[in-house]
Design a binder for this molecule. Structure first.
Ligand SMILES: [Zn+2]
Length: 726
């Protein structure tokens, strides 16, 4: 049956669909692209070999396979018989061994290999006999030089791929390049990082090290079309260093979420070893005391324990993590804490005792990487302003405020949509570049000078766009120029987005826009709402006039001027959820606090629980809303849906999103089409929220007149007069 099955699978002509009408025919092979294909292949081949008694016949040999790649270790006399038997068995199921790819690793004098008893005639099988090492399943093993040569060949390939991609792209593909580098190109390294120790990545290469060289290729690929010289002079060395660090940080740690080799090769290798140590050791069979001793003092094992020791020392530093962070990553808590894991590895890489059994199969790699990511993000924040520099120095640094706010669930998620078309990501190609540089914490104008709009002098441009009171203006019907705050337009954008996204959730109905609180909730007799004439929207005082005139978005009136006629407090959106016992009305009150506004500075450098690496500004915004909502008996159903302008999200907003997109258990049965759909909708909403906050950060700069020209290192707000050549 198996031969027929395989032959049949291999003879199906499959159609591969790339979407958008691009299809191609695949003539042979199992159906690729289907996750089960390789497993099906493995299962069939394995059962066949087992049925034919291969594993009992050659019980003294180790046979391993990764799909169509096979390797075996055998006693000298058994090697050739095993090879011939395999060739024969494969032939029976229509598979043949590729002679060009057949290789022998022999630890002895290769020139005289055929003189060894049992290996006579081995050169007829293959002339490819080496003592250095070989590659199995894409992973090299052998001596250091062999491994570093293999990595170098991969680096050359990587660089070539990057160059070809850049040659075939323009500034218009800048978003796609980012995503290809993030999800495809750089994503090939973790596979090698797991099995290659850091001394290989530290090998000197092209005036740098292999690891650093790879990371530079990755970063330069992204930066090429972002072209900073459109705006200002080249990045300084310290800016480049900072970009390298941010590149490797996760989105939720304020980073760009791209794989970097230098910082994370150690956590990958340690994690892989911890998970698989027992299996690897058991392959060696029972060891004598002398063998065990020489294993434990071998270079690989010593390297693992040394690496673990270094990491443990760093994690144990006084301010490595805040107490809340330490809880989150299970530094000293949980079934197997991160510190315990590292301690086990420091003892001869957990080869000694029962430790390797306890570690077997755990998700150690992810755990170590998360901890390391957090550690590096904390050190990066410290490098912007030292933690002991004092509150004044910390709160006055716009880069620190921005980075801390970006260490949140939503801030950098817009990068997930960077490759989409203009409509889906809201940003034009030019906008993407500005958005990228702001997100990466790079100032587009490096010279502080007077703002020609509001005359403030001097200003730091990185923060000024958000706070300039004169950069946004509009000419009214009566030809008068009016200035308006960023928050009003942003507020409306979020409202539009929510209407669209919440409407897709089953059991949630968006029922009203700008509903009055008193129409839904009773006034709180113990804390009654202030008389209506005073309650005119006091939190919106900056743009109270804006509400007078209708606001048009994409040809539709999204806000009319009714607010001033009725001064009772209103929220933005009313929804009714129907997955509780009774329908529940919820009023959503949107607010975005400006990270760089001076009055907000104190809230930006310390989180709600005192954590110096988190911002409480969004929570503060929610708190102000809560105070206002306390005038009504809303039973927790009036929500301050608060953000900060760098994209930080408040706890009430996050909780509401989690509640609306919950899976739903028995009594709160939800009507999601599928789990996949639920997860996708939630992700879409969060990504688009982040995107809306992002586009307004881009507007900050565009309203200031950026980008407009190059000017010897600093961007000018107005282009100089040009002399026309005749
Ligand atoms: Zn200004």
């Amino acid at each position: 049956m198996y031969p027929n099955f395989l032959i049949q699978q291999y003879s199906i002509d499959a159609e591969v669909d790339f979407g958008q009408g691009i299809k191609t025919q695949m003539k042979t092979g199992t159906q690729q692209g289907c996750k089960t294909s390789p497993h099906l292949f493995d299962a069939v081949v394995h059962s066949y070999l087992k049925d034919k008694g291969l594993f009992t016949e050659f019980a003294d040999c180790q046979i391993n396979a990764i799909h169509d790649d096979m390797i075996f270790r055998a006693p000298i006399r058994r090697a050739i018989p095993l090879f011939r038997r395999l060739v024969q068995l494969f032939a029976e199921i229509g598979l043949s061994v590729n002679e060009d790819k057949t290789q022998v690793l022999f630890r002895g004098n290769i020139a005289r290999i055929e003189e060894v008893e049992g290996l006579e005639g081995i050169k007829e099988i293959t002339s490819n006999i080496t003592g250095d090492g070989m590659v199995f399943g894409g992973i090299p093993f052998g001596n250091d030089r062999f491994i570093s040569d293999y990595v170098i060949s991969k680096v050359v390939e990587y660089e070539d791929l990057s160059n070809r991609m850049l040659a075939n792209s323009t500034g218009r593909n800048v978003g796609s390049i980012f995503s290809i580098v993030r999800f495809c190109l750089s994503a090939k390294w973790p596979y090698l990082m797991r099995s290659i120790s850091s001394h290989i990545w530290d090998t000197e290469y092209q005036g740098s090290t292999l690891g650093k060289y790879i990371d530079s290729v990755t970063l330069n690929t992204i930066l090429r079309h972002m072209d900073i010289t459109q705006y200002r002079q080249e990045l300084s060395d310290s800016e480049l260093d900072s970009l390298h660090i941010r590149m490797g940080l996760k989105l939720k740690n304020g980073g760009l979420g791209i794989h970097s080799v230098t910082d994370y090769c150690d956590s990958a290798m340690l994690g892989m070893w911890a998970t698989n140590a027992q299996d690897i050791l058991s392959l060696l069979g029972p060891l004598s005391d002398t063998e065990k001793d020489s294993l434990q003092h071998s270079r690989s094992i010593t390297h693992i324990s040394d690496t673990a020791r270094t990491m443990k020392t760093r994690f144990a530093e006084d301010n490595a993590f805040t107490p809340a962070q330490a809880m989150d990553i299970g530094l000293r808590s949980g079934k197997l804490s991160t510190m315990e894991l590292l301690t086990m590895l420091t003892k001869h890489a957990a080869t000694d005792n029962d430790d390797n059994r306890k570690l077997k199969g755990g998700k150690h790699q992810g755990k170590l990487r998360s901890a390391l990511n957090l550690y590096i993000a904390n050190r990066y924040a410290d490098s912007i302003v030292r933690p002991d520099a004092g509150v004044a120095a910390r709160k006055c640094n716009p880069y620190l405020r921005a980075f801390i706010a970006q260490r949140s669930l939503t801030a950098n998620r817009w990068l997930n949509r960077i490759h989409r078309d203009k409509r889906a990501r809201l940003l034009t190609d030019a906008d993407v570049k500005i958005a990228f540089w702001i997100t990466a914490g790079i100032n587009l104008i490096v010279v502080d000078r007077k703002c020609s709009r509001c005359k403030m002098d001097p200003v730091n441009w990185f923060e000024h766009g958000q706070v300039c009171k004169k950069s946004r203006k509009r000419r009214q019907d009566d030809n008068q120029v009016k200035y308006f705050a960023r928050s009003w337009a942003l507020h409306k954008s979020i409202q539009i987005l929510m209407n669209e996204c919440l409407a897709k959730i089953p059991d949630v109905n968006v029922t009203e826009q700008n509903p009055k609180f008193l129409d839904t909730f009773l006034a709180n007799p113990e804390n009654p709402p202030p008389p209506s004439k005073d309650s005119d929207n006091s939190d919106d005082q900056n743009h109270v006039d804006e509400e007078m005139e209708p606001r048009i978005h994409r040809g539709r009136v999204v806000a009319d001027g009714t607010l001033m006629e009725d001064k009772r407090l209103k929220s933005d959106i009313k929804i009714i959820t129907t997955f509780e016992e009774q329908p529940v009305p919820i009023l959503i009150d949107i607010t975005v606090a400006t990270t760089h506004a001076v009055s907000h500075h104190p809230h930006t450098i310390k989180g709600t629980n005192g954590d110096i690496y988190a911002s409480k500004l969004a929570d503060y915004g929610a708190h102000l809303k809560d105070k206002k909502h306390a005038h009504y008996l809303h039973d927790g159903n009036a929500i301050g849906f608060a953000f900060d302008s760098m994209g930080g999200i408040s706890k009430p907003a996050k909780d509401l999103i989690d509640h609306l997109y919950a899976r739903g258990e028995q009594e709160k049965r939800r009507r999601w089409d599928s789990e996949t759909m639920r997860v996708a909708l939630k992700k879409e909403f969060l990504d688009r929220l982040s995107m809306v906050l992002c586009i307004h950060r881009v507007y900050d700069f565009k309203f200031l007149g950026i980008p407009n020209m190059r000017a010897q290192g600093a961007q000018l707000a107005h282009p100089p007069h040009r002399t026309l050549r005749h």
